[in-house]
Design a protein around this ligand. Structure first.
Ligand SMILES: Nc1ncnc2c1ncn2[C@@H]1O[C@H](COP(=O)(O)OP(=O)(O)O)[C@@H](O)[C@H]1O
Ligand SMILES: [Mg+2]
Length: 388
């Protein structure tokens, strides 16, 4: 079956589209990527998404309209990808659309007298199915939350598929807006896999780069600004001492933890410092907190031979250099070596998850999300009759 995976991550930089060819069933599920592209969001759309995701009060009408607008944009991305890949839509059997997270709170907190966990991804799948004529699976996270999980991370199912090895212990590290990792011990079965969000990935860097450029830059390309600065050691050690990094996995983070309020606090701590020094500090926080998480939560439980990096942060030379310096004997490798390009992995993953759902099979990894049981993820939307 050919499946398109659609996703926009917490960075809200654009829509990733992956075309996958998938067949079989676990433990003999085979999936390979055929093609991939990213379509950047128009800047006003990105700003609207970030506004909605910052937890500022927004009327239901705005969220509702954004949901349908993003549905159109995701559908256009799917159509554009098929044209670019020269694959007729009729050959696409299924679409898996992660959508855009605008709220994620994986752990229950009291709300109107009850402990409630909640997650919301938008990008209306009914629009995607109607425009493409292809059945669409979307809204993957709520089923896991309903089973007591944090609804994230969901990529570990695919990390296990791609990276398991009889003799080598592996960690898949994705540095998106948030950084997360999946541990696949040597000879692991699925129940030996565990995963969690280590903390910030590119989210703080992007916010600062945008701020210091008066909104002209969405990120610090090649870490050029950060490379000119010196990290503020005392700020860095205060940030690294914070509670999130000490909390036992499973754990998830998002814009709720590392969004606007966090950036404001970082700026207060660094008040009077030069822009490039603050950026250098935020840039180093990512690899240092990742290495810290490896030492605290991973190395005591599993031998690690390879660290496989993916996500936009793998293009940040400062992050990579600092990671490499902190890894000791662990080999730093790129996702490309394993068949799925690092920028494409998450979109590819949602193609695979949709395929599982279509066949009524679960795809959460309970040790990764904290769910009590395996869950079939997502909701299936069928296209309108006769529109193709
Ligand atoms: N050449 C580069 N130099 C520095 N940072 C980069 C580069 N390319 C991508 N990035 C970073 O990667 C981010 C996008 O990463 P991505 O994996 O798409 O995250 P998400 O899954 O949250 O959307 C950008 O916002 C930017 O911070
Ligand atoms: Mg992205």
């Amino acid at each position: 079956m050919r499946v398109l995976g659609l996703l926009s991550g917490t960075s809200a930089d654009g829509i990733d589209v992956a075309l996958a060819q998938i067949d079989g069933a676990p433990p003999r599920l085979r999936a390979r990527i055929e093609n991939f592209l990213t379509l950047p969001f128009p800047p006003p759309v990105r700003r609207a998404i970030l506004r909605a995701g910052e937890g500022r009060p927004a009327p239901a009408s705005e969220i509702s309209r954004l949901n349908f607008l993003l549905g159109e944009l995701f559908a256009e991305a799917a159509l554009a990808a098929c044209r670019r890949f020269r694959v007729p839509l009729a050959k696409i059997g299924l679409i898996g659309s992660h959508g855009q997270t605008i709220h994620h709170q994986g752990r229950p907190a009291r709300f109107l007298g009850r402990p409630i966990a909640a997650t919301l991804q938008i990008g209306e799948p009914a629009v995607i199915a109607a425009r493409t004529g292809v059945p669409t699976v979307a809204d993957f996270r709520p089923a896991d939350v309903a089973c007591g999980g944090q609804g994230a991370p969901l990529v570990p199912f695919v990390d296990f598929l791609l990276y398991r090895h009889a003799e080598r212990g592996r960690v898949a590290l994705n540095i998106g807006g948030i950084a997360n990792l999946t541990v696949i011990p040597a000879g692991a079965r699925e129940r030996d896999v565990f995963a969690f969000d280590t903390g910030p990935g590119n989210m703080l860097i992007d916010a600062l780069a945008s701020r210091y450029s008066g909104g002209r830059r969405a990120f610090d390309v090649g870490a050029r600004l950060a490379a000119r600065g010196r990290p503020l050691r005392s700020v860095l050690s205060r940030l690294l001492a914070e509670a999130y990094f000490r909390r036992q996995p499973p754990k998830t983070a998002g814009r709720e933890e590392y969004g606007r309020a966090y950036v404001a606090r970082l700026l207060r701590m660094a008040s009077g410092a030069r822009a490039e020094d603050v950026l250098a500090t935020a840039t180093l926080l990512t690899p240092l907190s990742i290495v810290d998480a490896l030492h605290r939560f991973v190395f005591p439980r599993a031998r690690v031979d390879d660290l496989i990096v993916s996500g936009g942060g793998a293009s940040n030379p400062l992050i990579l250099a600092q990671l490499e310096a902190g890894l000791g004997r662990v080999r730093l490798r790129r996702a490309e070596e394993f068949g799925v390009p690092g920028d494409a992995k998450e979109a590819f993953a949602f193609a695979v998850l949709a395929y599982q759902t279509w066949h009524r099979r679960p795809a959460n990894v309970p040790q990764a999300t904290g769910a009590r049981v395996p869950a079939i993820l997502g909701k299936v939307v069928y296209p309108c009759r006769g529109n193709h």
